[in-house]
Design a protein around this ligand. Sequence first.
Ligand SMILES: Cc1cc2nc3c(=O)[nH]c(=O)nc-3n(C[C@H](O)[C@H](O)[C@H](O)COP(=O)(O)OP(=O)(O)OC[C@H]3O[C@@H](n4cnc5c(N)ncnc54)[C@H](O)[C@@H]3O)c2cc1C
Length: 540
Amino acid sequence: MDEYDYVIVGAGTAGCVLANRLTEDGKTTVLLLEAGGSDLSIWIQMPIGYGRTFFDRRINWMYDTEPVEALGGRRSYWPRGKVVGGSGSINAMVYVRGQPHDFDDWKAAGNPGWGWDDVLPFFKKSEDFDWHSAYHGRGGPQHVTDISPHVHPICHSFIESAESLGFAATSDFNGGQPDGVGLYQINTRGGWRASTANAFLHPALKRKTLKLETKALVSRVLFEGRRATGVEYTRRGATHRVKARREVILSGGAINSPQLLMLSGIGDPAQLKAMGIEPLVDARAVGRNLQDHLAVSYFYKARTATLNDILYPALGKAMAGMRYLFDRAGPLSMSVNQSGGFVRSDPAQPHVDLQLYFSPVSYTKTPLAARKLLNPDPFSAFLLSHNPCRPTSRGHLALASPDPSVHPLIQPNYLSSAHDIETVLAGNRLLRRIAGARPLADIILEEIIPGLAVDGDEALLDDFRQRADTVYHPTSTCIMGSHAAQSVVDHRLRVHGVDGLRVIDASIFPNITSGNTNAPTVMVAEKGASMIVEDARQMA
Ligand SMILES: Cc1cc2nc3c(=O)[nH]c(=O)nc-3n(C[C@H](O)[C@H](O)[C@H](O)COP(=O)(O)OP(=O)(O)OC[C@H]3O[C@@H](n4cnc5c(N)ncnc54)[C@H](O)[C@@H]3O)c2cc1C
């Protein structure tokens, strides 16, 4: 059996950070196992390629949830990256850390060292930002781009309309004023996607101490007694075993890390036995507590040009392509999500409870069921969207089969709390208020979906149930906490009940953060890596 100091499962957002940080000393050996293949593809690296990778089975796990009662029995389509860089190779690149109280809540839930003041240095450590600010890092591996000089001008109309309703504008959601309306920052560098694969992994692969194996599906963690000693994986039809001298680290993401724990005998004993798996640790929190953001978009036909006018016509596409080719700029170098906000649905709310998106592009003609390329509409239009940013609904995940290649059963339980329904009602009303405020109102020709005939709380909630969908932020299926019965890992990300095994990815979030989940996952990996290095020093 091959032997390494650490074996990391999953070269996704978190796994790439860990692989880099753990091999920084030039001595520690790491094997990084990734179920998917290489990320050397123009559709991954060029930001606008998002529309292509969204339904590409070669690089995407393409999950479907179980039917969701509150969505009228609809299933939700959940893309997740199955490729080097993981979901960070197919995401929309929006860089949002979340609100300070998100992390203070992590700490208050029994996790010392995870409050906002504790985690801010780890956000900054990973970051290379465009300008100096007390809240941002410079010189770190991952570039964060301030897109303000490049956004579509119509984004400013959204901001002005929201301001006219009394919402404050902010110049930096990741700075001193994380709430309000403004422009998103994104993870790109020089017009290319700045995934953690590009920022952390590829430069580190020059080190002889780091090995990456792609197309390697890990099927279970190996144990001697209750100590994790390695993993078993399949590659090109053959089964391999590899030994971890110090630790095994699961970074398979919010779906796969709990699946792998269960396949390894860590989970609800009754469920495991029903699958023919011998239970090793009674850990009923594995796969529970699933959280996600659920959003709805309102579609508006515009009197002025939007990105559709560039990205739909063949000539427009060709010109945008030329521009990208020559100076890596223009719409192909950008995220489709360019502006938005974090706002209180009611000034009496203690914290922001809604995230807003304004996208200067629309896709009414991409039936999800057809699983085709996301292609912009052939007319000028834009999207206005909202989602409750701290939903309280929690879902769960269970094995469908003991076969590691079979997708688990995912039940998000969306809208199962009164809080979430109240927030959705407020969000629906707010979108209409923003669209009715000037200058946006002057630009709007027509609300095409849902259309003004759909009105009133009941009808708009019904519309939400029919159309709302994930913003691709599943978290919390292996939550961090101090009680072994209610959580999966402790505050140093060690799996309760065993030795030599940690989970480090978006699955450990005790609660979902108020915004997009990639930046907090990078932070979790930075902090996780520093704890592993610290622990190894103490053992030496
Ligand atoms: C379409 C889409 C758009 C998004 N947009 C944004 C955005 O704009 N901004 C933002 O902040 N967040 C966004 N997100 C969410 C963000 O990308 C994720 O929260 C983040 O990538 C999670 O990182 P992770 O390390 O937990 O998991 P992942 O990045 O998903 O990594 C898990 C990796 O493990 C591998 N793996 C899993 N199981 C195994 C196994 N058994 N053996 C070997 N390898 C395995 C997977 O193939 C994958 O590469 C988006 C996500 C998607 C899918």
